[in-house]
Structures are given as C-alpha cells and as structure tokens.
Ligand binder design. Sequence first.
Ligand SMILES: *Cc1c(COP(=O)(O)O)cnc(C)c1O
Length: 439
Amino acid sequence: MKFEKQKLSKLIEKYDLLSDISMSNPVLWLNDHPMNQSTGEQFSFNEVIEAKERLQRFAPYLKAAFPETENFDGIIESEIKEIPFMKKWMEEITGDEYPGKLLLKCDYALPISGSIKARGGIHEVLKVAEKLAIENKLIKSNDDYIKFCDEAFRQFFNGYKIAVGSTGNLGLSIGIMGAKLGFQVTVHMSSEAKEWKKRLLREKGVEVIEYSSDYSKAVEEGRNQAALYPGCHFVDDENSKDLFAGYAVAALRLEQQLRDADIIVDASHPLFVYLPCGVGGGPGGVAYGLKKIYGEHIHLFFGEPTQSPCMLLGMMTGLHDGISVTDIGLTNQTEADGLAVGRASKFVGKLMEPILSGCYTVDDSFLFKSLKAMWELEQIFMEPSAHAAIFGPISLFSKGKSYMEQHKLHMENATHLIWSTGGNMVPEKQRQQFLKTDI
Ligand SMILES: *Cc1c(COP(=O)(O)O)cnc(C)c1O
C-alpha cells in the first residue's frame, strides 16, 4: 500500500491534530461520531457468547494442564482492584485531583501467558483444536474436555500446524497453548520481540522465525508461509474474529465482577475504561463487549505510544489500514513492544467507529516512570505497554474537559478502570532492567 505525499498535505489541512501527532507530541483525540449506527456490522455478539461457552467447556482441561488456572477453576481470568497509592501519584504529578474511583483490571497477571493475549490467543487455539477433535470423532461437545490431556490427542494434534505473526505476547499465548496441546507451532517474530520471549518459546518446542522488520511485515510473511502448508492454521492478528471474540468474553466477566464489588454503572455513574492499543484486536474486543453491555454509560479510550498511534491515525482519517504511522514521519519505534504497530486493523477500526470515545498518545518516558511508581507504591509489576493505560485518566483530565462537559457526566460518581495488559511473564533480569530505565 503506497501513501501519496499530496494526500498527506490534504490531511494536515483537514485534521488540526495531525501536526502534533506527526511531531510525536502526546495528544487526545475525541471521536465525534460515536453511537452512529455502523453499516453492516461484520461481527455478531453471538460469537462472544459462543466463545464464552467454549472456554467453559475447556475449563476442566485448562485446570489440569495449567494448575495456575485453579484459582478461577480453569477460567482464564484476572481480578479488579483499587490502586490508591498509584492514584495519589498520578494526582501529584499532574497537580490535579481526580474525582471518582480508580480501579486496575489485572490482566498483567492472567494465567498461562501473563498478558491480555491469553484471552484471544488461547481461545483461537482451543477453537481450532475443538473443531479438529470433533471432525475426527475424538470428542463430542458434551464430553468432559479433560480428555484433551490424553497422549492420543497430543499425537493427533502433532499432525497439524499453527502459525502466527507477533511482536511477542501473541506469540507467547499461541505458542504455549498450541505446544501444550501437541500442535507444531511457528511464531513469526517482529524486530521488537524481546529475547526472553523467543527463548521461552523455543524451550517449549515452538519454532521461532525472527525478522528485522516490523510487525506488519512479520504478519505478512507468516501469512504467506502458512498458505504454503495445507492444514496450517494461521492466527491472523489483523483480521481474526476468533481472537476478537475471545478478548470480548472479558466484558461479560467484568460485568459480574463489578456487580460483585457493588460498583454501579448507569446514567449517573459513568464507567471509563482505558486500554493500551497495538493492532487493535485486544482492546477492540474488550471495548466491543463492554459497549454491548453498558451502552452510553461507558466511555472507552485507547492509549498508544506517541511513535505508534496507528489506531488513532486510522480512525481519525477514516483510512484505517490505508495509512501507516511512518506515512506521517513517525518511526514506530517504542519500548512498548506490544504496541509497536504501524498500521491498525481495519476490521477492528471499523467496529470501533461507533463505539470508541477517543484515543490518546503517551511518551515512552512516562511508561517507565509509571512502571517504577507502580512497583514501588503498589508492588505490581506491569510491562511498559501496559502503562499506556495509566496515562488514560491523566490525558482525559488534562485534555478532555470538553468531553466531560459535553456529555454532562457525574464525574464525582465515575469509575475509572485501567486495563493492565501484561507483565507477569517478564523475567527478573528484564524487570530490573526496566526498573532502572530512565528516558
Ligand atoms: C498486544 C498487547 C496489547 C495490544 O493488543 P492489540 O490486540 O495488539 O491491540 C496491549 N498490551 C500488551 C501488553 C500487549 O501484549
């Protein structure tokens, strides 16, 4: 896809924010047409319900295969909790007081692969496994899925391939789950991928192919190579509905968690959710599910690095995957490896048009300050990408006054939910390195 220079000068005329974005200044973009009916929706909520039921069927298997899922009975879920010290830190660095409640959604601690990818990625692998097992009469959908632990299943799946392109975490979730079931898994890793992620996968018998290019290229290469093998399932991070459905299941679970915690969401109790965004599938799936549940009472914001604001750019211009961050002179270089994506998913961007309240960008330097503060004040370790969520309320309170006024929101009753997307798998040595980083 070639982007023409004349087009850029037209865009700069049309969108005031674009020059700030291209100079990598942190911005807040507000979507001024949410709640428009999107035409011909490409995804049905039914797929989310089906994903939820599928994960339920696999719970006995997951509980046996991954003992760390025992806390939630084989369901891959994380808790929500208040982070009062971090709230104070955020207020101090901005000299502002934030009304309402601040909560953390702890996907950094999700079992099996330690990031939000454990939702979508594992769901897609399980769906592939289930379909193969049913087609080959190894199992019926009302059987006890603990059978998937049998050696005969592993032998059977070893005749099949799964491939994926990734900046790291999706590769981890697909690789760990796929290898456990017995599949031959190939992960195409982009240049950002951290060394320890590649090593961990290789230890599990996963084939890792490294690229010196960015995420979009790794995905494209993976897609092309997978097409050469009949029977190879390619997990398409840019277009997959099965990934998206798996992510969206989080919304149904969160609804219950908020209810259990007596947190009200209605016309006078708005809920704000801040999600770090890469290609869009993870945050998009969660946002899609939450919007179905809470409608106009929820306000959804995506956070991206100042050098990689692909979703912001795609949605603001309506060009989606027709524009890359490099087209406007950005580098797509960021320490937030999970968010180092130059071109957003069009499938997700289209679905977000009527849903998303806005996107904001955040400097890498903030991500590391926040990482250190979170560790020292709350003893929670989140990887740099996840800290893009922390900047959400900061961006909203400093640049989004017009949004709160326009929607006449009862901010004193608001709940702000920071979606922490990863961190648990980061090895000690890498943690220490992150904690020392000051840029
Ligand atoms: C992948 C990832 C995201 C973003 O998810 P996308 O589906 O790429 O938008 C956010 N945070 C972390 C830690 C990730 O690994």
